[in-house]
Design a binder for this molecule. Structure first.
Ligand code: SAM
Ligand code: NAG
Length: 238
């Protein structure tokens, strides 16, 4: 958990200081671009509802703040280009759960997942933001990429969602294995991505070996891409 938080803080230091050429360690006094991550809550309006997500950057790090990719994914889901009503969805690396919550508000049955240390915070956010009559459509559950996949039905989801989950090179292979497990050829996979480094595009190349990958939305202001993917069935030799 320590290394997991620290490695991402490091990423942010490099990312945000490289433009100013100053080696300012990112600790207490964040640059304005980061201050919204330090706020103890973040508010949004999606699916005709006001949502308020608790955040806790200091204690819990990356999993306890709402990233722009999640917001852009919700904007995309609200456009209605992908059917959610009555669909079985799973969110990976959900963090605060904004995407899964919005998918549930838009009519999907959602399994909202992350690593074990993130789950209490995630559950609390889900409970507060999902109205009582929809609580039956959401389940929060542990899914550490590549581990214990047999607990999830192979190809059992109509929709797989991930916002800002492509960022740790060590996780690329287990993440791909997870996507392969969860998706059938009819599953729609949506990834909202910030492309920070070359390795992030390497992930997309790896994904293209087994999935089609099409950019379906781009938020210029936040610089977030939404990719829609579907598993390619290997051609059978006749
Ligand atoms: C940058 S945050 C994005 C959180 C949220 N999806 C959002 O966009 O606001 C990355 C998320 O991936 C999760 N994560 C990182 N490595 C993981 C792994 N090996 N298995 C499952 N989740 C992981 C983290 O816990 C964190 O919640
Ligand atoms: C913190 O977020 C709330 C919304 O959740 C907002 O009203 C408030 O202005 C923010 N505070 C700062 C210092 O940005």
């Amino acid at each position: 958990m320590r290394t997991w938080i620290c490695s991402f803080s490091f990423v942010i230091v490099v990312f945000y200081t490289s433009s100013s050429m100053a080696l300012v360690p990112y600790v207490e006094n964040p640059l304005p671009a980061l201050s919204k991550l330090h706020n103890s809550s973040a508010q949004f309006r999606f699916a005709d509802r006001d949502l308020r997500l608790a955040q806790d950057w200091k204690q819990l790090g990356v999993a306890a703040v709402v990233w722009d990719a999640a917001v852009v994914m919700c904007v995309y889901l609200e456009l209605g280009k992908v059917e959610l009503r009555g669909k079985e969805a799973i969110e990976l690396g959900a963090g605060t759960g904004l995407v899964g919550i919005v998918a549930a508000l838009l009519g999907a049955k959602v399994t909202i997942t992350d690593r074990q240390p993130a789950l209490d915070f995630l559950s609390a956010n889900v409970n507060v933001n999902v109205p009582a009559d929809l609580q039956g459509s959401v389940v929060v559950s542990e899914l550490s990429w590549g581990e214990g996949l047999e607990r999830y039905p192979a190809g059992g989801f109509d929709l797989v969602l991930g916002a800002d989950i492509v960022y740790l090179e060590d996780t690329f292979v287990p993440l791909l294995r997870t996507l392969e497990h969860l998706c059938s050829d009819s599953t729609v996979l949506l990834l909202a991505c910030k492309i920070r480094y070359k390795r992030d595009t390497d992930f997309l190349s790896m994904l293209r070996r087994r999935f089609t990958v099409e950019e379906v939305y781009y938020d210029k202001h936040r610089d977030i891409h939404v990719y829609k993917s579907q598993k390619v069935t290997p051609a059978r030799d006749l």
